[in-house]
Design a protein around this ligand. Structure first.
Ligand SMILES: [Zn+2]
Ligand SMILES: [Zn+2]
Length: 415
């Protein structure tokens, strides 16, 4: 069977149903530009020889207004209540500083049911769901009354208007503010993020002085405090582009994204906050702070940035300059079993990693400083001490005596 024409669909709708202008027009929502559905409805009633091209501004009767026709058996009273819903949403936005928003709709159950009946009877050609129309109309009203705009991609806040029986309320989903930056870490005593006390797992005990924490502070805590205070966020999440060991410094400007959860205020002076962080601590320094979006956090987390390290190495026996030359044989692909020290956290497996460059400088009869540039995920301490043969090749084997890394710093991070 052929699909009905626009005229045929209109004719049978008018003959068999009691639709208001909104509901009639909505059956032709995809035809014509710049019209609202109630105007399409008026055109559909006005133009006898209705076609796909009829839905234009010039065909809308001049005295057209958005007056809802009472007695529509499909939408009930929802279009009479637009100002009420609009006010509810505006009230719910009261505590928040916003630039963009989005409105979602949970229509009354009976409206959804009758919409589905209408679609099965007359087809879904040219129509849009009633919740799309309601969300657009309420969104426009809010734009008219507040200095904020609808954003379908990255709204600051999403208001879901619940029109279902007995609900009459707005639920808010406040999107996080995301801040990109880079950090250096100048302490060998703090982890990147907060660690729970190993003994009490966060509940507080003698061991941790009832703080619940293994370390008094962390890179995250050193950075986040002024951001949380100014944004009035309930908390923050820290997404690092990899992490260094607790006892390693980082001079490589490691990337991070600070996620401020449910902030009231989004209009932050990032330069001032950066300054406050940097003046308030000597453990951490942050750089290049800017607003970013959700994809960026995922991005830097799975980027696998190559790195350069500087390691202080001590050896069991004295090493000749000649023996040290063998270190360069480590350049190329190495194989590392998961180190003993992280085995409980990661699945045991053998990984191939590439060492790009290596150089060294003798600092004493049994010590030298090693610089290594290597692929993301290379375990440098294990590369040096060999992890009882679990890293191959390794520097201890190559120089013929057991070597230990006593200090490790990150000096460069790929961006
Ligand atoms: Zn209606
Ligand atoms: Zn504890």
């Amino acid at each position: 069977m052929d699909l009905p024409t626009v005229k045929e669909k209109r004719d049978s709708l008018i003959e068999n149903e009691e639709l208001c202008d909104h509901c009639l027009g909505r059956q032709f929502a995809k035809l014509g530009h710049g019209l609202e559905n109630y105007e399409r409805g008026l055109v559909a009633r006005e133009i006898d020889d209705l076609t796909e091209d009829s839905f234009v501004e010039s065909n809308v009767p001049e005295e057209a207004s958005e007056k809802h026709r009472c007695g529509c058996e499909f939408c009930g009273i929802v279009f009479d209540e637009l100002d009420h819903w609009t006010q509810l949403v505006i009230d719910s936005f009261d505590r928040y500083e916003l630039e963009t928003f989005l409105v979602g709709i949970r229509p009354p159950e009976e409206v959804v049911a009758s919409e589905e009946e209408l679609w099965s009877e007359y087809g879904t050609e040219w129509t849009e769901p009633i919740k799309t129309e309601l969300s657009r109309l309420i969104g426009k009203r809010i734009e008219d009354r507040m200095d904020i705009v609808v954003d379908f991609e990255r709204a600051d806040i999403m208001a879901v208007v619940d029109m279902r029986d007995g609900k009459d309320r707005v639920e808010l989903q406040v999107n996080s503010v995301l801040i990109y930056g880079q950090y250096n870490k100048y302490s060998r005593e703090i982890p990147q993020t907060e660690w729970h006390c190993r003994k009490c797992r966060g509940s507080g005990c003698d061991e941790c002085d009832w703080t619940g924490k293994q370390y008094p502070t962390s890179v995250q805590e050193e950075i986040q405090e002024p951001f949380i205070r100014e944004s009035k966020a309930i908390e923050a999440k820290f997404h690092g582009g990899g992490r260094e060991d607790v006892d390693a410094k980082c001079f490589g400007k490691r990337e991070f994204v600070l996620e401020l959860i449910e902030p009231l205020n989004r209009d932050l002076d990032l330069e001032a906050l950066k300054k406050e962080v940097n003046e308030g601590t000597d453990k951490v320094e942050i750089f290049n702070v800017e607003f970013t979006h959700k994809d960026k956090a995922a991005d830097i987390k799975q980027k696998h940035a190559d790195k350069e390290y500087r390691a202080q190495v001590e050896t069991e026996d004295e090493v000749s300059e000649e023996a040290l030359e063998n270190i360069s044989e480590v350049v190329g692909v190495i194989e590392q079993d998961t180190p003993e020290r992280v085995e409980h956290r990661r699945a045991d497996k053998t990984r191939k990693r590439e060492v790009y460059e290596v150089s060294w400088e003798v600092t004493g009869p049994k010590s030298f400083e090693l610089t290594v540039k290597a692929e993301a995920g290379t375990y440098i301490k294990e590369l040096i001490h060999g992890d009882e043969g679990r890293t191959q090749p390794n520097i201890s084997d190559l120089i013929g005596t057991q070597a230990e890394c006593t200090q490790l710093d990150v000096t460069w991070v790929e961006k």
